[in-house]
Design a protein around this ligand. Sequence first.
Ligand code: 3HC
Length: 337
Amino acid sequence: MYTQSFNVQDSSAGLKSVPPPAVENPEAQARFDHKIDADGKIEPQDWMPDGYRKTLVRQISQHAHSEIVGMLPEGNWISRAPSLKRKAILIAKVQDEGGHGLYLYSAAETLGTSRDQMLEALHSGKAKYSSIFNYPTLNWADVGVIGWLVDGAAISNQIPLCRCSYGPYARAMIRVCKEESFHQRQGYEALLTMMGGTEAQKAMVQDAVNRWWWKCLAMFGPPDADSPHSAQAMRWGIKRISNDDLRQKFIDATVPQARVLGVTLPDPDLKWNEERQHHDYGTIDWDEFWSTVNGNGPCNKERLATRVKAHNDGQWVRDAALAYSSKQHNKSLKDAA
Ligand code: 3HC
């Protein structure tokens, strides 16, 4: 449903203007600017402004954390999946999310930050991860809706990142998007099956859609006028499409899918605007969004505690892997002597 053809003309309408950067190294800066203007890729060994590096570390590490924390709401349902087929699909999907986190941590490491630093920031509550993973998964339909809407929103945001100016991030995103596309389809297919079932199953799907719809719209981030990072990130070719434009594209793509599925999207103001050639939609509750982003959503504390416990419980695995690798290293030194 979402493919590379989702790419559209880059846009920056509605964003604040970007002040010229403070020049730390004029010649290197000129080479960097030239590459960005020519839509080239910046690689780890290339000179880059500090702000560019910091923005990438912030965004890529937050993205990695989102993938890892994002394993938790659906992981809860692996043992309760309604059939062996659904269980196998869900295990594969949750495992994919773990893999995405690992590619993304690796991409961030190429910028000079360590995995330990990033994990410390997550576990101490300093680093952000996506707001969407702080809501509960109450029934099986939530798993389908996460695939359809949450992964659908994630892909809409991530396809343009395949063209990000930073090479390692862009390349990681190509594989991530292919896998996310499978995640979105499996969610939609699970919901189609439920909508062909009993009245109780149909009601579960509608209830899950009602609870997740607005949270998914907020996932794209604050409105462009309130997004402090967007203008600079777009100038640097990190972001290609603004938060509001992506949100609009997601809504326009999702409305016909909801119609086929037979569910109602819970927004009385949602309607096609002939003049704009887009859907109009109601007001997102940004107070609720910021409260969740700032640690006060319904599951923030539980998610972080589960994540920290999983990390601590895995210490013996990391110790064993390091002991094995040091043993192998010593053996190869001995053999070479
Ligand atoms: N949840 C939590 N924080 C959010 C957020 C969200 N949904 N949207 C924005 N924010 C935060 C930003 O991180 C920033 O905080 P900071 O200054 O402390 O870092 C602040 O709000 C202001 O927002 P901006 O729009 O100015 O920030 P960005 O330019 O970074 O845009 C973004 C936000 C669109 C999320 C961008 O960072 C991005 O595209 N990131 C990469 C994709 C990503 O991280 N997706 C998360 C979901 S991954 C996922 O869903 C996994 C999948 O398997 C389902």
